[in-house]
Ligand binder design. Structure first.
Ligand code: GLV
Ligand code: MN
Ligand code: MN
Length: 420
C-alpha cells in the first residue's frame, strides 16, 4: 500500500486551533469556578450550536443521534466501507479546564476543515463526534453519549433523575436525542472501522519525560458505587458517646479503608477515590444521621477492581454491625478497561513519530474510547498537560502541543484510511 507520509498535506492551522479552543472557553457558566460547561445546561447547548455551525462550514453533514451525540459526517469514496470516527466531549467537570475533551472535538473539526481546504477525499466515511456528557454526571454515570451509541445506556439509567428532578431521558430529549430509539439504533460490532481520539494526558508523564506525544496503550476500567450510611441524628450535647449511631464517623472509616485497600500492592496499578460526599443534616450540634458518598476504583485489570470492592464490602458489613448502622452499597456504573490492539498501536506510533517525540503510556482517565472499543478498534493520542494538572482551572496544554497532536491524529487517519 502506498504510504501518504511523505505527501502529508493536512498540517493543522495552529492559530485556528487556538481560536476554536478560546471560543468554546467563552461559553461557560461564569457562576462556577474555572471553565465549567456541564451537560444539559445553556452553556452546553450554546457550545453545541457553535460547533454545529462550524461543522457545517467545513462541509460536514450534521445530525444529532438518538443519544444526543452531535455527529458531522463526510462521505468516503468507497460506499461499502464503514466510517472512521474521531471524537471526544465538550462537557467539563465543575471547575474544569479548557482542554479536557475539547481538543479531541476541535481536532476533528480542524481535520475536516483541512480536508476541505486541500480537496482531500478519504476512502472511508469520516464522522466527527461530540459525545454527550462524558464526565461524571448528576445521574451517577459518565460517557452517557458513547454508552448510548453502543447500546450500554440501560433503561434503568435513563430513568435516573438529577437533583433538580430532571430525568436523564428528558435531558437527552432536550439535547435533540430520541431516548426511545437508543436501543434500536445502537451501533453493533463492525458498524465502524475505527475510532480515534486526541486528548490531553491529564497526568505528568509526557512533561516529565520531555515528550510531545503519547500513544495510549490501554485505558483503565472504572467502577463507581454510591454508599449510604444511615445512623440516628440526635443532640450533640446530650447524647453520651456510647449511645450514638453517628453516620459520619462510620462513613469516615469506610473512606479511609478504601484508601488503605488501594494503597496495597497489586500486579497492575490501582487508584480509588471518594470525590463526592454529603453529610446530613450537617449541623454543628447534630450527630450526623445520614452520609451519602460516591466512590470509584480504577485499574487496567477488572479482577483487581472487583477484589478491592469485595474487601470493601466485607469491611462495610463489619462497620455496620459493630456501630449498629445501616450501610447500603449501590453500583452506579462499570466501564471495562481496554487494551489497544498492537496493529493499531504500531500505526499510531508511526503517525506520532512523524509529528514529534513519542512514547507509549496507559491512560488513568476514562474516555469515550472505552465504550467505542466494544464496536470497533480504538486508538488514542495524548499531548502533554502542564504540571500534570487536569479537572481544575489550572489545566493547560500549549497550543503548539495541541496542534502537534492534531497533526499526529490526521497522519494516523490518512494511514488507516489507506490500509483498512
Ligand atoms: C474522565 O475525565 C474521567 O477519567 O473520569
Ligand atoms: Mn476527557
Ligand atoms: Mn475529564
Amino acid at each position: 500500500m502506498l504510504s501518504m507520509t511523505n505527501s502529508f498535506n493536512l498540517h493543522p492551522n495552529r492559530d485556528r486551533v487556538q481560536q476554536y479552543i478560546e471560543t468554546l472557553a467563552s461559553m461557560v457558566d461564569e457562576t462556577k469556578p474555572g471553565w465549567t460547561r456541564r451537560p444539559f445546561t445553556p452553556w452546553y447547548i450554546q457550545g453545541r450550536a457553535w460547533l454545529q455551525q462550524q461543522m457545517e462550514e467545513c462541509g460536514l453533514d450534521v445530525k444529532t443521534d438518538a443519544g444526543a451525540n452531535l455527529i458531522g459526517m463526510i462521505e468516503g469514496t468507497e460506499a461499502h466501507l464503514k466510517p472512521i470516527m474521531i471524537g471526544s466531549h465538550t462537557d467539563t467537570v465543575v471547575g474544569g479546564g479548557r482542554f479536557d475533551g475539547i481538543i479531541g472535538v476541535i481536532a476533528g473539526l480542524e481535520i475536516a476543515r483541512r480536508l476541505k481546504e486541500t480537496g482531500t477525499t478519504l476512502r472511508h466515511p469520516l464522522e466527527i463526534v461530540d459525545f454527550t456528557a462524558e464526565e461524571p454526571s448528576e445521574f451517577g454515570i459518565s460517557t452517557i453519549g458513547s454508552r448510548a451509541m453502543v447500546g450500554h445506556l440501560s433503561p434503568e439509567m435513563m430513568q435516573r433523575t438529577d437533583q433538580a428532578g430532571l430525568k436523564l431521558e428528558d435531558g437527552i430529549r432536550m439535547m435533540g436525542g430520541d431516548p426511545e430509539k437508543i436501543a434500536e439504533l445502537s451501533r453493533k460490532q463492525g458498524d465502524a472501522s475505527l475510532y480515534l481520539e486526541l486528548h490531553i494526558e491529564q497526568g505528568p508523564v509526557l512533561e516529565q519525560s520531555n515528550q510531545q506525544l503519547g500513544v495510549v496503550t490501554g485505558i483503565v476500567g472504572i467502577h463507581r458505587y454510591r454508599v449510604i450510611v444511615e445512623g440516628k441524628p440526635n443532640h450533640a450535647g446530650t447524647t453520651p458517646m456510647n449511645m450514638r449511631f453517628d453516620a459520619l464517623t462510620g462513613a469516615s472509616e469506610l473512606v479511609l479503608e478504601l484508601e488503605n485497600l488501594c494503597r496495597e500492592t497489586y500486579a497492575d496499578p490501582v487508584v480509588g477515590t471518594v470525590g463526592k460526599f454529603l453529610n446530613e443534616p450537617n449541623g454543628a450540634n447534630v450527630i450526623p444521621g445520614r452520609v451519602t458518598f460516591e466512590l470509584e476504583v480504577r485499574s487496567l485489570d477488572t479482577d483487581i477492581i472487583e477484589n478491592i470492592l469485595d474487601k470493601f464490602s466485607h469491611f462495610a458489613n463489619h462497620v455496620a454491625t459493630y456501630r449498629s448502622l445501616d450501610i447500603r452499597i449501590e453500583n452506579l456504573s462499570k466501564a471495562d478497561p481496554i487494551r489497544v490492539a498492537p496493529s493499531v498501536l504500531e500505526k499510531i506510533a508511526q503517525a506520532c513519530t512523524a509529528a514529534g517525540n513519542t512514547i507509549y503510556l496507559p491512560s488513568g482517565a476514562g474516555h469515550d474510547a472505552n465504550q467505542l472499543a466494544t464496536i470497533a478498534p480504538v486508538g488514542m493520542i495524548f499531548v502533554p498537560s502542564r504540571d500534570g494538572r487536569s479537572h481544575c482551572p489550572e489545566e493547560w496544554t500549549e497550543f503548539e502541543d495541541v496542534s502537534r497532536g492534531v497533526e499526529a491524529l490526521a497522519r494516523a487517519l490518512i494511514e488507516f484510511d489507506l490500509s483498512m
